[in-house]
Design a protein around this ligand. Sequence first.
Ligand code: AMP
Length: 105
Amino acid sequence: MPSIFTKIIEREIPADIEFENKNIIVIKDIHPQAKTHLLIIPKKEIPSINDIQEGDSELIAELFFVAKTIALKLWIQDWYQLKFHVWAKGGQEVFHLHLHLTSDL
Ligand code: AMP
């Protein structure tokens, strides 16, 4: 069963897309917790940080590279936060890896 983020990647459900390349999509969070709240999502369906493999290293690094590139583009580079929720007790609701980028600037 594809995750909700895979359905967004496949354009089966709509989303506000901020950026996309062959590995990653960045969307606006549907329930923003800050003035800027983006989700940086690898297209590969990795359930959580606990599931990343050694072969995913470049992809994980790219998530952070995309995060800082977008922060610069949006002029929020002086004040932003990056966060992964890990598993249900860590607050994770969607089990398709995603990095939250939030800023109140
Ligand atoms: P997490 O708690 O880390 O799993 O975060 C999942 C995030 O995905 C939440 O902040 C939700 O608001 C967000 N979310 C869920 N469905 C959608 C959607 N269809 N489009 C955009 N964001 C979504």
